[in-house]
Design a protein around this ligand. Structure first.
Ligand SMILES: Cc1cc2nc3c(=O)[nH]c(=O)nc-3n(C[C@H](O)[C@H](O)[C@H](O)COP(=O)(O)O)c2cc1C
Length: 333
């Protein structure tokens, strides 16, 4: 049975990849993920703010006493909570790339196309086989238009693409008014892969302390629906590879994402909930399912339920929404 897949031009032994998570903060975990069968590992993200914070600190050493220093640092969150600065990140990446045979993908999280972007080049030099770019941006400014937000994504992507020769994946938010059109624009701007979808961590209110509090919950399997829909719609229509991220808690979700058209399927919450050995469960489960259904390769099954390959392509659009609403059987009179 042939489980191989190609992601951004990189050949992988199978499609199951460990997505960005705190697990990759430790070299030992990266090795354990390889041992458990991960086809590739995406490192946790290095944030634009972390890089700028370090630049500002260096600037301060050079221009010590400058009035602007305290003010410029106050723009940034308190980085005492972050374990890793750019140097530590690059060291870890270098060690990981040397220690494992599977591809290690560096992850950058930023929202401007300024100075920090050359960190992508440093990640490449440290041994990253590709860069995953996470543009986590909440356009809370009421005068910022959708077009301006879109342009910001394109500019960051282009800036990172220009600074490296390795492939660049873009981890996307689902909050665009026309995801299909955006995917096409990213494709044209040179994205080597689209990672669908970023999970936005929405804050909660603590009513005792009257504070806005971060609340990071792990995903659930039902969250695959939104990425599943868009992967099925985009499969075969863009040049970029497609990675599925969200809601993989058993081999069933892996199979569904592949049938929709994903080139790789990623997991974080599953690993945090069940441990690193969960990767083996996913690979074995995929293989067992393929055997049972008599598929001989991942290529054979990929995209067989995408919109272009489905007998009823309207199943992905408005007509199906109406059907779904009509099919609901209430248990009340
Ligand atoms: C604790 C935690 C830390 C994460 N850190 C990152 C990160 O540094 N960069 C990133 O792009 N995504 C990060 N993610 C998002 C995951 O990579 C993944 O895309 C998301 O959790 C959806 O997949 P899942 O349902 O398998 O968890 C993080 C997720 C969790 C739960």
């Amino acid at each position: 049975m042939d489980l191989r897949t190609t992601y951004m031009g990189i050949e992988l032994k199978h499609p199951i990849v460990a997505s960005a998570s705190p697990l990759s903060e430790k070299l030992d975990n990266i090795k354990r993920m390889e041992d458990a069968g991960a086809a590739a590992v995406v490192m946790f993200s290095l944030f634009e703010e972390q890089i700028k914070h370090e630049h500002a600190a260096i600037e301060h050493l050079i221009t010590s006493g400058a009035e602007s220093y305290a003010e410029s640092l106050s723009y940034f969150p308190d980085f005492d909570d972050y374990d890793t600065g750019p140097d530590e990140y690059l060291n870890l990446l270098r060690q990981a790339a040397e220690a494992v045979d599977i591809p290690v993908i560096g992850s950058l999280n930023g929202i401007t196309n300024e100075g920090w972007v050359n960190m992508a080049c440093m990640m490449q030099d440290a041994g990253a086989r590709a860069i995953e770019l996470n543009t986590y941006y909440i356009p809370a400014h009421l005068y910022m238009t959708g077009r301006e937000v879109e342009q910001r994504y394109i500019e960051v992507l282009k800036a990172v693409k220009e600074s490296v020769t390795i492939p660049v994946a873009l981890k996307l938010s689902p909050f665009f008014s026309a995801i299909g059109n955006m995917a096409r624009q990213f494709d044209e701007a040179g994205a080597d892969a689209l990672v669908l979808f970023n999970r936005f961590y929405q804050p909660d209110f603590d009513l005792e302390r009257m504070e806005v509090v971060p609340d990071l919950e792990l995903s659930t399997p039902s969250e695959i629906r939104l990425p599943l829909l868009w992967i099925a719609v985009l499969h075969g229509r863009i040049n970029a590879s497609i990675a599925a991220t969200r809601g993989v808690h058993s081999p069933v979700e892996v199979v569904k994402y592949l049938m929709a058209g994903a080139d790789v399927v990623m997991t974080t919450s599953g690993l945090l909930r069940h441990g690193i050995g969960f990767l083996t469960t996913l690979v074995d489960g995929l293989q067992a399912w393929m055997e049972e259904k008599q598929y001989t390769s991942v290529t054979q099954m990929r995209g067989s339920m995408s919109q272009t390959n489905c007998l009823d392509s309207s199943a992905f659009e408005r007509a199906n929404y109406i059907k779904i609403l009509e099919s609901y059987a209430p248990d009340y009179e």
